[in-house]
Structure formats: C-alpha cells, structure tokens
Design a protein around this ligand. Sequence first.
Ligand code: PLP
Length: 367
Amino acid sequence: MGGYEIEFVKEAFASNWIAPLGPMVDAFEREFAQTIGAEYALALSSGTAAIHLALILAGVSYGDEVIVSTLTFSASANPIVYLGARPVFIDSEKESWNIDPSLVCETIVKKVKKGKKPKAVVVVDLYGQPANIDPILNICEQYEIPVIEDAAEALGATYKGQSAGTFGLFGIFSFNGNKIITTSGGGMLVSKRKDLIDHARKLATQARDPAPHYEHSEIGYNYRMSNILAAIGRGQLKVLKDRVGKRRYIYEKYKELLSAVPGISFQPETPYGRSNRWLTCILIDEKEFGATREDVRLALDAEKIEARPVWKPMHMQPVFKECEVFGGNVAEEIFRNGLCLPSGSAMTDEEIELVVDVIKKAKKKRK
Ligand SMILES: *Cc1c(COP(=O)(O)O)cnc(C)c1O
C-alpha cells in the first residue's frame, strides 16, 4: 500500500457504503479514466471478468473463433472458452515478446478465405510491454473485427505516447494482488463507447432491466467491484506513477549489473512502447551463460528467492491441447529460457544485488 488508501477506506466506512457499488466506485472509475486518458471505465471484480464482458459485447458466442497471444497468462484465453468459443493462438515476435502482428494478419486473411472470420482479437501487453498494436488495428478495421487489449499487466505503460489499454474497442486492467497497483482483487473495463460500457455495467449487475420489480431479459453476472476495494484503488492510483518509476528503476539496475554477463539478455523495450516494467524478465542462453534457466531458478530458490519461469505458452497447456496455433517456436523458446526476476516495488538495491550475485554464482556452480 502507498499510504493514501486507509483514508479513502475510512471514508467508505463512515458513509456506510459497503456494497458492490457506491460513490467510491464512481470516483475510482472517473479518476482511473482520467489517469489513462480513457473515455469510459467500469470497475469490476477482476480482470478476468472484464475480459469475459468484453468478449460478450464484442459479439463472441458459441462456436466462434477468437485470436489471442499464446505467450500469456491463462486468464487471457479462459473467458473465450466460457462462451463456448475457441481460442486460436498466435506466436510472439522476438522484438517485444508480444503477439506477432504479421502472423495475426496472415491468420485473419487465411481464416476469412475459409469463410471463418475470427470474431475478435485479444492482444496482450506482456509484462507491461505494449504490443505493436497499430498493424493489428489496421487489419481488424479492414475486416471489422473488434480488438480487445488485455492490458492487465500494463497499467501506466504507453504505446506511441498513448496509454496501453486505450486502443481497441475495449481495454482491460487487473488490480489483483500481484499487479503494479492492487485493490487486493479487481479489474477495469474501458472503452470509447458509452453504450458498450453502459451495457457492460448492466450485465455486471445481474442484468436487471429498469423496472420496480426484478425483470431480466438477458443473462447477467455478479461482477461489480466493492465500494471498499474501490477506496483502496483510489489511494493506489496516487502512487501509480511512483510504482512505474520504481519498476523501471529495478529493471535498469538489473540490466546494469547483468549486462556484462554473457548469455543473459532482457525482454527488449521497443522504440514505440514504454513498458511499466511490471516484471523484469531475462533470457538465459545455456551455451553462452553456462547454466540453464532452471539451474538459475533453483539456485535462487535455495536462497529462498522466488523467481518464476516466463508464462508457459497456452498452446503447450494440457487444457488447450486441442486448440489451433499459428507458429509457436518463439514463445516456446522464451518459455524455455525465460525467467521473471523478483521485481516488487519495495525491493532495495541490496536485494537486487543479492539476486544478481546468486544468478552469477549459479553459473560457476554448474561449471
Ligand atoms: C492478471 C492477468 C489477468 C487476469 O486478471 P485478474 O484480475 O487476476 O482476473 C488477465 N490477463 C493477464 C495477462 C494477466 O496478467
């Protein structure tokens, strides 16, 4: 927490608004939209709920196909399956580790030729690094395919100077406990279209029609954010800039200390995107470095330092083994050699140096 949250929470308690709606939720939505330059925002119980609603409002339903990055967290793809639709996974490009725009274009053209136009495209901004979304927006506009930007990890990042998550028909964000700012759990759906956000708000509130009694003409969900959690979110928004600054500092520090080590490289920063550096991720080239990613992870683990492999691509997951994938080698290699280093905003220089020391020693041990 940043210190501002408790005053907002006290205010929420004093007002006795302890509900999945209320003035804190309204204010959080307003302030969030202002912070990232989005037109309309809807606070929800999770980022996953936001993706689910975005897909529904993009018109995705049973039997449809939805294009999505393979190198991501499963929550980018799961809601596609909730709707009885099928994810079509696309490989990453090396430049950003994000979905490969030319492969997206090729896939759309191929699918359209076969008479199976994808119903939507979900673009993920991996580890806070914005994807190269312009070429994807172009082809999707041409074929009238809605784009959903999964910016769950990328709050505070920018693409060509504009906030990540504000490009597609919808953008989604997460305030889960591990994200760059948190409400303990929560999410946000943003859009330029007021009608869509209004409809999403209705669906998220059990889809009540306007009537004195309970009247329902569509299936609803219980997806709204609690007024108490929105109070935490308002406080967290005040420290977002600092958090991005700190995460970027941590990345730079690791880079400074590790760049001279042969066989270690970092998730690159593209010329068009400014990452929030949610997590600092490295690639370990076994031959050049002299130890594998797993050797390094275990060496850190032995010192009680938790580091995790980069997301295991969705097309390699047992649950998605029947799904179609285009390419896959780039994501597989990033998974095989990629490690997410400890990147918490509270890290000290000494802690970063300790992590670096253990990494360097892992190499010696192996030799
Ligand atoms: C965290 C995350 C989500 C899901 O957000 P929740 O708030 O945890 O439901 C979706 N996509 C990506 C890429 C994420 O990292």
